[in-house]
Design a protein. Structure first.
Length: 257
């Protein structure tokens, strides 16, 4: 029996409405601040960039006045069948906890980067440099998130520490920690989104908004043909956006072929 293929009663997931996303990058900043990602020395040097959530710009490749763009935030997709889990030689990453979040145990990671090579979404990052915060900025660190040393792989965890806090709060209030209400547990990127483009909740719970949105005919998942079964869904009424989400290449007819 393969544990990371287990069935979950709770599946935390996102539904991101690309027709609402303006590409402001507030989710990226919130992710970095919440998860103690140190500011880079030179932001123009992409070799030193570190972000767990990246916003991509999509284009329909047409000329004005038919030109159109969309912005696609890409956190870890928390795959139901993650390619990164079976390749890790030290079980530093796993998908076994109720909720379906793909873990990353930094203290166990040996930096082999097999998981980075296996992830089709480029959602994992290797920390090449020691984290350094400007003087005084260390006071802003989130106390529930450990800082990572140089030489380990980092990734989005759906702000797992907030999940633990929500479960502890439920226990104190005498509620079932395995039956959190919608809104009890919200990642930083969801909380800060100014347009409300990101919805979060239990994909298995019919009463949660994400469950309903994921059933929309306009919903899709990135590279769904790979069979990774992501827990992050996207919404768009624009067909060209949905087609790019699955990396569909247009086949042009070449005369004589």
């Amino acid at each position: 029996m393969v544990l990371y293929l287990k069935e979950f009663k709770i599946k935390w997931g996102m539904v991101i409405d690309l027709d609402k996303c303006t590409g402001c990058g507030a989710c990226m900043v919130a992710c970095q601040a919440e998860n103690n990602i140190a500011p880079v020395v030179d932001a123009s040097d992409k070799r030193r960039s570190m972000t767990w959530l990246l916003v991509y710009q999509l284009s329909n490749q047409k000329l004005y006045p038919d030109h159109d763009v969309a912005y696609l935030p890409r956190p870890c997709q928390q795959c139901g069948h993650p390619n990164c889990v079976p390749v890790c030689p030290v079980i530093a990453t796993d998908k076994n906890e109720e909720g379906g979040i793909v873990s990353q145990v930094n203290a166990r990671c040996i930096g082999c980067r097999y998981c980075i090579a296996a992830c089709p979404y480029h959602a994992r990052y290797f920390n090449w440099h020691d984290p350094v915060w400007p003087e005084g900025m260390e006071k802003t660190l989130t106390p529930d998130v450990s800082t990572r040393p140089r030489g380990v792989v980092e990734k989005c965890l759906f702000c797992h520490h907030r999940y633990m806090q929500a479960r502890d709060k439920a226990r104190v209030e005498g509620r079932d920690p395995n039956a959190l209400a919608e809104g009890d547990y919200i990642p930083a990127c969801v909380e800060v989104c100014p347009t409300g483009a990101i919805a979060f909740g239990d994909l298995m719970n019919p009463n949660h908004k994400v469950h309903q949105l994921s059933k929309s005919p306009h919903a899709f998942r990135l590279l769904e043909r790979l069979g990774t079964d992501p827990q992050v869904y996207y919404l768009s009424r624009r067909e060209w956006v949905r087609r790019q989400g699955d990396n569909i290449l247009e086949h042009e007819t070449v005369e004589g072929v």
